[in-house]
Design a protein around this ligand. Structure first.
Ligand code: GAR
Length: 215
């Protein structure tokens, strides 16, 4: 099996990166992480990559000359140099320019902590509590130029409990993120996803949705 080469873009603690690293440690997993790129110097995700002996690059966006397009072009150079086939955004907290997104179309995926299209943007758990929804969760989707948009690959749903705080809800969702992201990467790496308009059709029966009972 020729493994797909994955570049992971991060900005923070990197728990989703860790889930992907752990999945890739299985010799039967169809992908390997070849580069972790951070826009934040010293992000804890970089330590996780180093521990797993994966190459890292930091390109700080602060004071980067030339604006967003130039910053994205610098990331693109690193990804191409590493021979990356698939890009995973894992807590990468920066908007991407349309040109960069276009050049990775169908090969760039993101995890978002809500059941999209509900609760785009930031503070998704607070948004869910304020809206009073009874189900919340996370989504892994193909990246398109619009924020938190694009064909959905995998969603995991969790209950919202009466006494939930933002933190308790976030923790319940995060646990599912760590299952949903490796599953979605596997589907993309194995070429099991066909995109039809805004729908990603997964040719693997039973994949795509993780529904969790009340704990
Ligand atoms: C995760 O909850 C991820 O879904 C979210 O940031 C967190 C990163 O945690 N991403 C977004 O909000 C992107 N819109 P991690 O660094 O531990 O993976």
């Amino acid at each position: 099996m020729v493994k797909k080469r994955v570049g992971v873009l991060v900005s923070g603690r990197g728990s989703n990166l860790q889930a992907l690293l752990d999945a890739c440690a299985d010799p039967a997993f169809p992908a390997e992480i070849v580069l972790v790129l951070s826009n934040v110097p010293g992000a804890y995700a970089l330590e996780r990559a180093e521990r797993a002996k994966v190459a890292t690059v930091t390109i700080s966006h602060k004071g980067f000359p030339g604006g967003r397009e130039a910053f994205d072009a610098a990331m693109d150079v690193e990804l191409r140099k590493a021979g990356v086939d698939i890009v995973c955004l894992a807590g990468f907290m920066r908007l991407l320019s349309p040109g960069f997104v276009q050049s990775w179309a169908g090969r760039m995926i993101n995890i978002h902590p809500s059941l999209l299209p509900s609760f785009k943007g930031l503070h998704t758990h607070a948004q869910a509590l304020a809206a009073g929804v009874k189900l919340h969760g996370c989504t892994v989707h193909l990246v398109t130029p619009d924020l938190d948009d694009g064909p959905i690959l995998v969603q995991a749903a969790v209950p919202v409990l009466a006494d939930d705080s933002e933190e308790s809800l976030a923790a319940r969702v995060l646990e599912q993120e760590h299952k949903a992201y490796p599953l979605a990467l596997r589907l993309i790496a194995e070429g099991k996803v066909a995109v039809d308009g805004n729908r990603a059709k997964v040719e693997a029966p039973g994949f795509g949705a993780l529904v969790n009972p009340v704990p």
